[in-house]
Design a protein around this ligand. Structure first.
Ligand code: CP
Ligand code: NVA
Length: 301
């Protein structure tokens, strides 16, 4: 039996494969909206392991698998034997002997790597402390729908150099766009990753400078899941990087803005931008469904 393909970071795909998944996601969205059946995987089962909270990821994977003709099983890490210390390797061998595809949201990125190394079916990273590649599929689909290919565009990340930011770095390399990261000192992404992406990614510590010339502005919460105790210190440090209308006006004409959600209105983004008529944030959220269906089709073959 050949080794399964996994999706732990965007780097598990070639640029052509990524563009293919985005194109298929756009097609699946049309089929879904027109009520055209596309249940290609009857009887297939997706296991969804969650060690952190979720709204979008859970609903989009579970609904998506149902629309593809299969079914999805929600497993809270705390309620499985994982929560009582059964090794990840043993868990992976057992679960992957019973289902067709696995999705995991957890803390340590190395945990999804260990699971994948012991899984006989594809494993999808549905967010770790280091990466959130599924969200990038949806964000890129949203951009492609609105503006076409993102090659050569300028994207500005604002706030924390977190898991989302690091997945944007991977996307910049794969899809050939420029990424400027506007963040306070001490909140940069991992130094090693920055070094690897030096040709397309740079860090600036000033929000106005970061926003100037951008075609897309992206932000996310200032304290990610697991960092709740640092909320106050982070809010203080990142306040100058709030995504506001004034900052958007510094970007290129027609610049778009995104947020993976959940958002904190009045912290990393203003309520006005969240609720603006021309916001594509809700489209971005919906696209999680279509993008992950395209991803599951790709991995299931
Ligand atoms: N954007 C995102 O992953 O949302 P959830 O945490 O609700 O899944
Ligand atoms: N950076 C956030 C993203 C939530 C979807 C977190 O990890 O909590």
């Amino acid at each position: 039996m050949s080794a399964p393909r996994h999706f732990l970071t965007l780097n598990d795909l070639t640029a052509d494969e990524l563009r293919g998944i985005i194109a298929r996601a756009i097609e699946l969205k049309r089929l879904h909206r027109e009520g055209i059946p596309h249940a290609r995987y009857p009887g297939r089962v997706l296991a969804m392991i969650f060690a952190k909270a979720s709204t979008r990821t859970r609903v989009s994977f579970e609904a998506g698998m149902a629309q593809l003709g299969g079914s999805a099983m929600f497993l809270s890490a705390a309620d499985t034997q994982l929560g009582r210390g059964e090794p990840i390797e043993d868990t992976a061998k057992v679960i992957s002997s019973m289902v067709d595809i696995v999705m995991i949201r957890t803390f340590e990125h190395s945990d999804v790597e260990r699971f994948a190394a012991n899984s006989r079916v594809p494993v999808i990273n549905a967010l770790t402390n280091d990466y959130h590649p599924c969200q990038l599929l949806a964000d890129m689909q949203t951009w492609f729908e609105a503006r076409g290919d993102i090659r050569g565009a300028r994207v500005t990340w604002l706030g924390d150099g977190n898991n989302m930011c690091q997945s944007y770095m991977n996307a910049a390399r794969l899809l050939d766009f420029e990424l400027v990261i506007g963040c306070p000192e001490g909140y940069e992404p991992q130094a090693e990753l920055l070094a690897q992406h030096r040709d397309r990614v740079r860090v600036v510590h000033n929000a106005e400078e970061a926003a100037a010339g951008a075609d897309l502005l992206v932000t996310d919460v200032w304290a990610s899941m697991g960092q709740e105790a640092e909320q106050l210190a982070r809010a203080k440090a990142m306040a100058p990087f709030q995504l506001t209308r004034a900052l958007l006006n510094r970007a290129n004409d027609g610049a778009l803005y995104m947020h993976c959600l959940p958002a904190h209105r009045g912290e990393e983004i203003t309520a006005e931008l969240m609720d603006a008529q021309d916001s594509i944030i809700w489209e971005e959220a919906e696209n999680r469904l279509h993008a992950q269906k395209a991803l599951m089709e790709f991995l299931l073959g």
